[in-house]
Design a protein around this ligand. Structure first.
Ligand SMILES: [Zn+2]
Length: 240
């Protein structure tokens, strides 16, 4: 089998409030995975410029999911094709539309997060999620409909494989980037942080049991892992 030579370069390092943005390059066609919050735009463009790239040089974006901290600079790349799942697109857009509606938003948010009241501080979390949505969500930031290629029906570029990890949001896609050496996993929010998943400004999992399975699955893959909200680390492939 011919080897894949993807190189992985972290442009925005994930932290408790900002998502990782990652550049995959194979010498020909750079791929950008997730684009961050609106206020990360300048930093993202600077990181690309440091590598001699401008938005028009990026033919392809992949979004792990459509929470706004992962997609809000897609619009800076109007010439790129955007791969993502239709499931996460439709789910997140409906969620934000319901959250910003002033009437009955709390009851409606329960449709999306049916386990909300199994968590402590659920009221707080829901209020926080709504405030973030009101402040930052803008459907125009995610790109135009003509740019989307749904992963459900369109294969990703060679050597990049989607691993569906729906515990965080339905249709969430982590990516396994194949190389001659061990693969690199761009986990997105299926693995928020290396050690444990608290202290990240994000919503509870859509489904906690599935979320825990997703995390274990990612931690069973030996190689480098880039969490959604933490620095990259080398994983030895044991879940213990
Ligand atoms: Zn996130």
């Amino acid at each position: 089998m011919l080897g894949f030579q993807w190189k992985v370069d972290v442009l925005l390092e994930g932290n408790w409030r900002g998502a990782s943005s990652v550049l995959l390059t194979n010498g020909r066609h750079p791929v950008l995975v997730d684009t961050g919050m609106p206020h990360d735009g300048h930093q993202l463009l600077s990181a690309l410029a440091e590598r001699g790239l401008k938005p028009a040089d990026i033919p392809c974006i992949i979004n792990t999911h459509f929470h706004l901290d992962h997609v809000s600079n897609n619009h800076l790349f109007p010439q790129s094709v955007i791969y993502a799942t239709q499931q996460s697109h439709d789910w997140c857009r409906a969620l934000y539309a319901d959250l910003v509606d002033p009437v009955g938003w709390k009851a409606r948010a329960l449709k999306y997060y049916p386990e909300t009241y199994e968590y402590e501080r659920s009221e707080d979390l829901m209020d926080k999620l709504r405030k973030i949505a009101l402040r930052w969500w803008n459907a125009r930031h995610i790109g135009s409909p003509s740019q989307f290629r749904w992963i459900e029906t369109h294969p990703l570029p060679d050597g990049i494989e989607a691993l569906f990890t729906s515990g965080h949001v339905p249709g969430h896609a982590s990516l396994i980037v194949r190389r001659d050496a061990e693969p690199i996993v761009v986990a997105g929010d299926a693995l928020l942080t290396r050690a444990h998943d608290d202290q990240v400004l994000t919503m509870i999992p859509y489904c906690r049991a599935q979320y825990q399975q997703d995390r274990q699955k990612i931690l069973s893959i030996p190689g480098r892992i880039i969490p959604g909200h933490d620095q990259a680390f080398l994983n030895h492939g044991t879940t213990k």
